[in-house]
Design a protein around this ligand. Structure first.
Ligand code: RIB
Ligand code: CA
Length: 320
């Protein structure tokens, strides 16, 4: 049994790794990729996604360009300081890429989900604008997907762009609120778990000894690790954020604690904007049923997923 998946990415560095992992994992059937604004502008996210798929020999996967900014308009802020001017650590290349699919990312979601009712996992790892747009196009989507695995939010840990908000949610809280409100099963792979799964210099060096995709990833990670060294951890290392949402959807992540609870996204204009307010009050009694809750919040996972992902990517195309 494989898991059909549509990844929706704002393709910077950790997104590139998530695409490689999803494209190469034997338990995943990657049926489509959507590009969204976020780390970089959306044409750049589209190009980066196409290039990364090419590196793993998956030119069969359609890439559709999506939203260029938040659902309701307004402020657009990228993260070039984190992901480099090209979104690939200033170490990407200019190799020609095939054209994007002749549709929008939201339309592609609707078409692929309708083609495989009940089977497809949506895995958004950037702002949730494309998913919210797909919900507007087809309000029946929640009953037609297998689930939604989001990289985003922070339930009981600090945010990474404000004291309480994580980047993917903060960039488009109105879209995120619509996605978290819709009655589909959601897995939230937020900073609670993604900050604890760290790629070290050893992982980078293992990738650098691998095939072409591994070497590319090792190269683009360099800049990302320097950002984390200077702004987060104090030594060269980085988080693999987006790959965790992919692995969770595919059942490839060992989950130790993940209560099903109500989660609401703060869309106010104050200091709480973009916060994922998860109702964890049941923590002291084993998280009793919250009747109607449909969001599984990952709170503790096995960090060995970092080794597994690195090994999978490094091995692709490597001389044996
Ligand atoms: O907060 C981390 C998330 O923001 C990751 O998805 C990263 O790629 C950026 O989109
Ligand atoms: Ca991302």
């Amino acid at each position: 049994m494989t898991t059909k998946m549509i990844l929706d990415c704002d393709t910077g560095i950790d997104d590139a790794m998530a695409i490689m992992y999803a494209a190469l994992h034997p338990g995943i059937e990657l049926v489509g990729v959507g590009a969204v604004w976020g780390n970089v502008d959306v044409p750049r996210a589209t190009r980066n996604s196409l290039r990364v798929l090419e590196l793993v020999g998956r030119d069969d996967v359609p890439v559709a360009q999506g939203a260029a900014g938040p659902l309701l308009g307004g402020h657009v802020e990228y993260a070039y300081h984190v992901h480099g001017g090209d979104g690939q650590g200033n170490a990407g290349d200019d190799a020609p890429v095939r054209p994007a699919a002749p549709t929008t990312a939201a339309q592609q979601i609707v078409e692929l989900v309708r083609a495989h009712p009940g089977e497809v996992w949506l895995v958004p790892v950037g702002p949730l604008t494309n998913l919210a747009a797909a919900l507007v196009l087809d309000p029946e989507l929640p009953s037609l997907v297998a689930g939604v695995s989001v990289m985003g939010g922070a339930a009981r840990c600090p945010g990474n762009v404000t004291p309480v908000a994580e980047a993917n949610i903060f960039k488009d809280p109105e879209a995120a609120a619509a996605v978290f409100r819709a009655p589909w099963p959601i897995v939230m792979a937020g900073l609670d778990v993604t900050m604890g799964v760290v790629l070290t210099a050893e992982h980078r060096d293992r990738l650098a000894r691998g095939g072409e995709a591994g070497r590319y990833l090792a190269r683009i990670m360099q800049h990302y690790g320097e950002f984390y060294r200077d702004e987060v951890f104090g030594e060269w290392s980085c988080c693999m954020h987006d790959t965790l949402a992919v692995a969770a959807a595919a059942g490839a992540l060992e989950v130790r604690l993940a209560p099903v609870v109500n989660v609401e996204v703060d869309t106010t204009r104050g200091p709480g904007r973009g916060q994922t307010v998860a109702d964890l009050r049941g923590a002291y009694r084993g998280f009793p049923d919250q009747g109607g809750a449909h969001c599984t919040v990952l709170l503790d996972v096995d960090a060995r997923i970092a080794d597994e992902a690195v090994e999978l990517i490094a091995a692709h195309g490597a001389a044996s």
